[in-house]
Ligand binder design. Sequence first.
Ligand SMILES: *[C@@H]1O[C@H](CO)[C@@H](O)[C@H](O)[C@H]1NC(C)=O
Ligand SMILES: *[C@@H]1O[C@H](CO)[C@@H](O)[C@H](O)[C@H]1NC(C)=O
Length: 177
Amino acid sequence: MFSLTVFFSLILLSEQCCFPSEWEADQLVTTATKSAGKTVPTVSKAMLKLSWDTPLRRYASSGTYIANGGYTGNFRSLADYISNVLYEVVDGKCNVTRIIKSFSNVTCTPANAQKSSPVYLGLNQLQITQYTYQQYGMTVYANYATGCVPVSYSSYGSSANKEYVRITRILAAAQEI
Ligand SMILES: *[C@@H]1O[C@H](CO)[C@@H](O)[C@H](O)[C@H]1NC(C)=O
Ligand SMILES: *[C@@H]1O[C@H](CO)[C@@H](O)[C@H](O)[C@H]1NC(C)=O
């Protein structure tokens, strides 16, 4: 895969980008958290398969994780945005929580996102557009291929004494027609 070190030029256009209604992807999610005064961040990674279904307002994921320190485990989750409940099974233990985020916020970029002009990458001239926005206290850079198929995300945030970085790379994606 190519690396996404690209310079995007921002243009202001408030046009939402929403996921294809049904798609699946293999993702690698790296999360780093750094406390104030520390130089070394806490890093965890997850490799997962995500299955998305907009008409049914749900998505499912399953995969493995490596926690900071090397501890590994597995997880499965199902997010149901009709009853707004998230079911998670982490290392065999089940956890059921209420979903607070709106489904449209999770599916689509906000209407006030800044949109870049498209760049063309690789031999196949894959067209990538970057959306930048603030959401849930994070600055998000979301890269999409044509049809709003996600390519990668990075989000950055900080609170009083912590800094957060989360990078999601889509390794392979399939879309139903
Ligand atoms: C369940 O999930 C919530 C929210 O992610 C978390 O705060 C809580 O610690 C979890 N509980 C268990 C038992 O894993
Ligand atoms: C949706 O996102 C916007 C910002 O992009 C935020 O103001 C709003 O509170 C979010 N709504 C929900 C229900 O998560």
